[in-house]
Design a binder for this molecule. Structure first.
Ligand SMILES: NC(=O)c1ccc[n+]([C@@H]2O[C@H](COP(=O)([O-])OP(=O)(O)OC[C@H]3O[C@@H](n4cnc5c(N)ncnc54)[C@H](O)[C@@H]3O)[C@@H](O)[C@H]2O)c1
Length: 345
């Protein structure tokens, strides 16, 4: 019997429909989106405009939650309560309470819950993992990352509406809540997790009744005694940049991507004590050495954990490690930079 899968949110979610369908263990039996035209794009699955109705009528085994950010936690909780395993897009939570509730239900009900943090599965991250595992950088003592992307053209402030405010691209998305694409890979490469979060916000203001956080900075402390600083901003005049660095006792590496649509726009620089001085390490952003599509690898790994009843690559605790420190750093920024403890689940 194939796993009966459902996908909610059919913009990026259409990718999840395709990846789940491509897995021989799965059948996508239901899709959900309030926009009827989106449902019509998936004629082989039963379409639902309402999420709770979908859970009650379709009774899926697995739900992929790919809706606007603020819906991720409430819909994940509803799906877990309905007995479904959950694969959820980032950011998976917007508060510590949501994180605690999800961890509690997933554990009580013995269900798999995983943040769909796909950057960890990209080719560049796999290669950095082998560099770290080979010991080329010595001991990793810290990291930094920046994720800045001018989203004003897709969500202009002049068009601020409640619907916009729900969108992951918009404004009142606290930038540090969207940290898993930087923090996730750094923590995986360090094999570590955060224990405290401090944040500051730059340029905070209110536009059309919506609170805007143009630029946020986090300082995170890890269990392994490392430091990580993150800079995130989505409502500022700054073309897309995703960059990260790992600092080691015997070497360091820097990754910078200046155009997510251009595979050639990635630069990776490495310096080691054996060969000091920055040198280019040519590679593409997505392309993996095994030639597989990184999203398919992620979806297949989650499905395997459900079918085999083994822990998923990022279980409920690890999924919180990737997002909650950023959420708490944002909360710290709201409180004027008070250092907050990050719960370890
Ligand atoms: N991993 C990545 O690289 C990456 C990239 C893009 C987006 N994302 C994440 O994926 C999510 C979706 O992104 P997007 O670009 O598709 O967003 P979007 O806002 O363009 O689309 C969201 C879709 O969800 C639908 N929707 C709204 N309310 C719903 C509800 N109650 N139930 C079901 N569907 C509902 C909307 O009609 C729309 O079709 C976001 O949370 C975003 O953070 C991740």
């Amino acid at each position: 019997m194939p796993l009966r899968c459902a996908v909610a949110g059919l913009n990026r979610g259409a990718l999840f429909v395709a990846k789940l369908q491509a897995n021989p263990e799965c059948e996508v039996i239901a899709v959900c989106d309030p926009r009827a035209e989106k449902l019509a794009e998936h004629p082989d699955a039963q379409g639902f405009e309402d999420f709770d109705t979908m859970l009650a009528d379709a009774e899926p085994d697995l739900v992929a939650v790919v809706t606007p950010g603020p819906l991720h936690a409430p819909q994940s909780i509803a799906a877990l309560n309905a007995g479904a395993h959950v694969l959820v897009e980032t950011p998976n939570v917007y508060s510590e309470d949501e994180a605690r509730e999800i961890v509690r239900i997933a554990r009580e009900r013995g269900l798999k819950y995983m943040l769909a943090e796909d950057y960890v599965y990209m080719g560049w991250c796999e290669r950095l993992r082998s560099l770290v595992d080979d010991g080329a950088l010595g001991e990793i003592i810290g990291g930094m990352a920046e994720y800045t992307h001018d989203c004003r053209p897709v969500r202009p402030l002049s068009a601020a509406t409640e619907e916009h405010a729900q969108s992951w691209r918009f404004t009142n998305l606290p930038p540090l809540a969207y940290s898993s694409h930087t923090l996730g890979p750094l923590l995986e490469l360090m094999d570590d997790r955060c224990v405290s979060a401090t944040g500051l916000v730059g340029g905070r203001r209110e536009v059309a009744g919506v609170e805007v956080f143009p630029l946020e900075i986090a300082v995170l402390e890890t269990e392994g005694g490392r430091t990580i600083n993150l800079t995130n901003g989505f409502m500022l005049s700054h073309p897309f940049v995703w960059m990260a660095a790992l600092y080691g006792t015997e070497g360091s590496v820097r990754v910078i991507n200046t155009d997510y649509r251009d595979p050639q726009a990635l630069r990776v620089l490495v310096s080691t004590d054996d060969e000091p001085g920055w040198r280019d390490w040519p590679m593409e952003w997505h392309a993996r050495d095994d030639g597989r599509d990184h999203l398919q690898v992620m979806v297949d790994a989650f499905v395997e954990s459900v079918v085999e009843n083994t822990p998923p690559p990022f279980d409920e605790a690890r999924s919180m490690d990737f997002c909650l420190p950023g959420v708490l750093a944002h909360e710290s920024a709201r409180q004027g930079g008070r250092r907050l403890d990050v719960p370890l689940f």
